[in-house]
Design a protein around this ligand. Structure first.
Ligand SMILES: *[C@@H]1O[C@H](CO)[C@@H](O)[C@H](O)[C@H]1NC(C)=O
Length: 347
């Protein structure tokens, strides 16, 4: 600092910082030298950890048996194929048409219970902002808050201003296809108990709130609810109210609790009620077992194996280089300016 600067700040003391190991940058530090041996060792450790985890998770999901049957297209008889969209919507809206649809599924491999039955919707945006907000959690939880329907527009009250319980678009659009299963002409029981989470049944949906004025408007959005049962016992409804984050989602319909043998023929009688035709949604029926890591999704296992495999491959390549084309560590002749000088000298 020049003396002029000093005179401009007459009161300032010396700017020199007090001595400390921090300000003087004398703290100990770790500067690992990545020698070939160390790098190869680290890569092999990665491989040893990742490959087995990948194999274990992959075989777990490989053992899951899953059957997916898309039925929305086949379950509507098309008479004039020139305008399928209109015809389908007309068919589904018409209360008089017979919506029963019979599907046959072949079990590819033995399935052990619990066998989960899901319905899957595609292109259904349960995460749309106005849809997600159109509900009243207070109303669902507290019997005395039945008239709290402000947040439920446009499904808040009936025409004569009675509060709808449960209100809102989510409840209004409740899925209403039903499935009945049979094998060799004997019906297969579907257990629909405990398909919703325990915490939802006991805390979010009251055992004292009963449906009222629900689905009473001109446009029916979906399933009706049994007015003699409290919300906490309407588990299909509770499952539907837990909105999905993505436009393709599955929701639990029930559980089959007997063994299904390989090549069994399962007959499913579907009531194809729900209108996904006006927005090109798809409807699928899914039957699946589960492993400790969930349903049939091999992504995680493959990812682990890919990372572990890449590490192993790199370790092998580095080992070969190290063995057959080694070079001394820290050799200054490899520095670019030294190499340039050498090139100049040669020419
Ligand atoms: C099922 O829901 C659709 C709307 O998706 C509605 O038009 C139809 O009336 C409902 N049917 C039954 C039986 O609830």
């Amino acid at each position: 600092m020049s003396s002029e600067d000093d005179s401009s700040q007459p009161t300032s003391k010396s700017k020199k910082p007090k001595y400390s190991r921090f300000t003087q940058q004398e703290l100990p530090s770790c500067k690992p030298i990545l020698t070939p041996g160390l790098v190869i060792g680290i890569l092999i450790c990665f491989a040893i950890v990742f490959v087995p985890i990948g194999l274990i998770t992959f075989t777990a999901t490989e053992n899951v048996v899953e059957i997916v049957d898309r039925y929305d297209e086949d379950c509507i008889p098309l008479k004039s194929p020139d305008n399928p969209e209109n015809e389908r919507v007309g068919y589904i809206r018409d209360a008089g048409t017979n919506k029963t649809c019979i599907r046959t599924l072949i079990i590819p491999k033995k399935m052990k219970p619990p066998i989960y039955v899901y319905y899957q919707l595609d292109n259904f945006y349960q995460n749309h902002r106005r849809y997600v907000k159109s509900r009243s959690d207070h109303q669902l939880r507290y019997p005395s808050h039945a008239s709290e329907t402000k947040t439920c527009e446009p499904e808040a009250t009936t025409n004569d201003n009675q509060p709808i319980v449960p209100c809102g678009l989510i409840a209004w659009s409740l899925f209403n296809d039903t499935y009945r299963f049979s094998r060799n002409n004997t019906s297969l029981e579907i257990n629909k108990k405990d398909i919703a989470w325990h915490s939802e049944r006991t805390r979010k949906f009251s055992s004292q709130v009963y449906p009222k004025n629900f689905q009473s408007g001109n446009l029916i959005g979906g399933a009706k609810l049994d007015e003699t049962k409290p919300l906490s016992e309407q588990e299909d409804f509770i499952v539907w109210m837990r909105t999905a984050a993505l436009p393709t989602f599955r929701k639990l319909y029930g559980r089959i609790e007997t063994d299904l043998e390989a090549y069994d023929q399962i007959t499913v009688i579907i009531q194809n009620n729900y209108n996904t035709y006006s927005f090109s949604g798809k409807k699928k029926l899914v039957i699946s077992t589960a492993s400790w890591i969930g349903g049939k999704n091999d992504y995680l296992g493959k990812m682990y194996m890919a990372v572990g495999g890449t590490s192993l491959l790199l370790a092998i390549i580095f080992t070969f280089l190290y063995l057959f084309k080694p070079r001394p560590l820290g050799d200054p002749t490899y520095l670019s300016w030294n190499r340039n000088r050498a090139a100049v000298r040669e020419s």
